[in-house]
Structures are given as structure tokens and as C-alpha cells.
Write a protein that binds this ligand. Structure first.
Ligand SMILES: [Zn+2]
Length: 78
């Protein structure tokens, strides 16, 4: 599906781009689909940013424990 390809940021040829634009003009379902995917995409990105900039204390401690355990188990291989 062309809309899918576009969202995965695969390059489209100009004829495919034109075809997709034209299709989106005519097809309410794909238009809706593209809009929904864009919203999901944006929210995922916001979620990811929030997760990385403000880790909650518990998550942070879990990660520190994981990293510490990993370093301990691999200290001879580093
Ligand atoms: Zn369609």
C-alpha cells in the first residue's frame, strides 16, 4: 500500500507520490487512515520523549539495577 510505504519513509517515485496524493484526494478511508497513523506516530514520539527526559524514580532504579548486574556479570569481558 502506497500510504504505508510513505509512512515508513521509503522513497517513492514521483509517479507514486502523485498517485498517492490523487488517491488520498478521492479515498476517504485512506485519508482517515493516514490521519490516524500520524496521530499515533506523534503520540508515540511524545511518549518516547517523556520517557527519556523524565524517567520516574522506580524505572530509573530498575535500570540502574539492570546495568549494575550486567556490568558485574561481564566485568571480566570488558
Ligand atoms: Zn484508499
Amino acid at each position: 500500500m502506497l500510504a504505508e510505504k510513505r509512512l515508513q519513509q521509503e522513497p517513492l517515485t514521483w509517479i507514486q507520490r502523485l498517485g498517492l496524493k490523487f488517491h488520498l484526494l478521492l479515498c476517504v478511508y485512506c485519508r482517515r487512515y493516514v490521519k490516524q497513523i500520524a496521530i499515533i506516530h506523534r503520540q508515540l514520539q511524545q511518549y518516547r520523549e517523556a520517557a527519556f527526559t523524565a524517567p520516574n524514580e522506580q524505572v530509573k532504579q530498575q535500570w540502574e539495577a539492570v546495568v549494575a548486574a550486567y556490568l558485574k556479570n561481564n566485568e571480566n569481558n570488558l
